[in-house]
Write a protein that binds this ligand. Sequence first.
Ligand SMILES: Cc1ncc(COP(=O)(O)O)c(C=O)c1O
Length: 493
Amino acid sequence: MTTNPSTTGAASPLAPEWLQVPADLNALHEGLWAGGVARNKAGELAIDGITVSELQRQFGTPLFVMSENDFRARARAFSDAFNDAFADICGGVDVYYAGKSFLCTAVVRWVEEEGLRLDTASGGELAVAARAGIPGPDVALHGNNKSDGEIHRALDLKLGRIVVDSLAELERVAKIADARGETAKVMLRLTPGVHAHTHEFIATAHEDQKFGLSMAGDSTDQAGLSAAEEAVAAASGYPGIELLGLHCHIGSQIFEPDGFALAAEKLLDFLAAMQTKYSIVLPELDLGGGYGIAYTPVDTPRPAAEIAQAMAAVVRTKCAELGISSPRISIEPGRAIVGSTTFTLYEVGTLKTVRVDAPAPGDAGAPGESVTYPRRYVSVDGGMSDNPRPVLYDADYSAILASRTSEAAPQLSRVVGKHCESGDIVVRDVYLPEDVAAGDLLAVPGTGAYCWALSSNYNYLARPGVVAVRDGSARLIVRGETEEDLLNRDMGV
Ligand SMILES: Cc1ncc(COP(=O)(O)O)c(C=O)c1O
């Protein structure tokens, strides 16, 4: 075995194939960062001119740093792209921001001010919506296991739609609404059997998973009827239900429009069949969310306009073929609006370099000989408690040295957290300057969606705060937890 210490600066055989050694370690890769994020003259990362060291001084680390202008711009861009593409098909599109990706009252207000609606998935998310004061008719409620309390709350708030996930739930919503002397506005969530090309746990429209009413003919007790058809037929018999239409969500972090298009075709086929068979005209169709974003330099999501045009073309053609007028279309993007608006700021602590065996590439040793290569572990002051996505989904991220620039050689690094798990990885593989040291600040872009929202108190770490930066001023929109918060719920008995 040969030891090869001279791998800094060169591509490491330990790196995954997709990871290139950056030509300039100090450069910000376009597409990963929110508008307004740049290095200042001194080389420090800043957002709207506010430096990361100033953010750390005011708010501490770890910290989620979000650009409000960028959030608003992405919300508008998504809404404009889909409204333009569908204008002549169904008069436009209703865009429901998927609050599960990141939710707080400030964000609800931005969403409303930018003309979007809100998609929620629990009573807690409804409580945030209510506190923010968004009108109930602009809010949807999802969930595969809604409680009676959540259904009552949806009716109390006069929600625009309850997205019903099962036959049993349809019956429950009908009973509750009826008992209140009210009518619930309902969409039915169907599983069109489209398998999105994404991680198994974020693909949601194939058969073998928990969500939605199956469109397959043999999945119900009533011979020949799918659960989806049974629900449509049953809904029309419940006085407490106003059936608005159909819904599907095929998964998340999807780059190609084909899956969305196929799902739209299947749901339109089904919608037309219901019209023919039962004379039930369903005026609305929701095609869910799932539009992908860039987490690393090799991710190349399509612009919203391209996806919107592709989906509009399919809906236009399919409706013409079926001889029906298009239902009003709605979508539920979360990640594509909030994901890239935010970076997480961490302080570097302990550093450790290990040497790992790998087959000798080309001329780096005798044939068949293995060589050891360095991998450096860079520990930061957060981890899987503020971003569990790498552990949950093998998600890749990237990171840069944020508090300064460096001319040191690139070294293959793994950014890890401070939790008691060896799987506590924040960025699995990234080239960072070899002089990164304790006290430096690292920034990880693309952490706006499903990071704070999925955060935990593992190891009694306090969940970080979220700062929104707008036009050169920074304010906390969610304060970080304190040790007192953590201890408050411990009853001590
Ligand atoms: C029903 C539904 N709609 C919308 C979304 C938002 O997905 P994304 O954030 O990937 O756009 C999700 C995510 O899980 C979902 O389950």
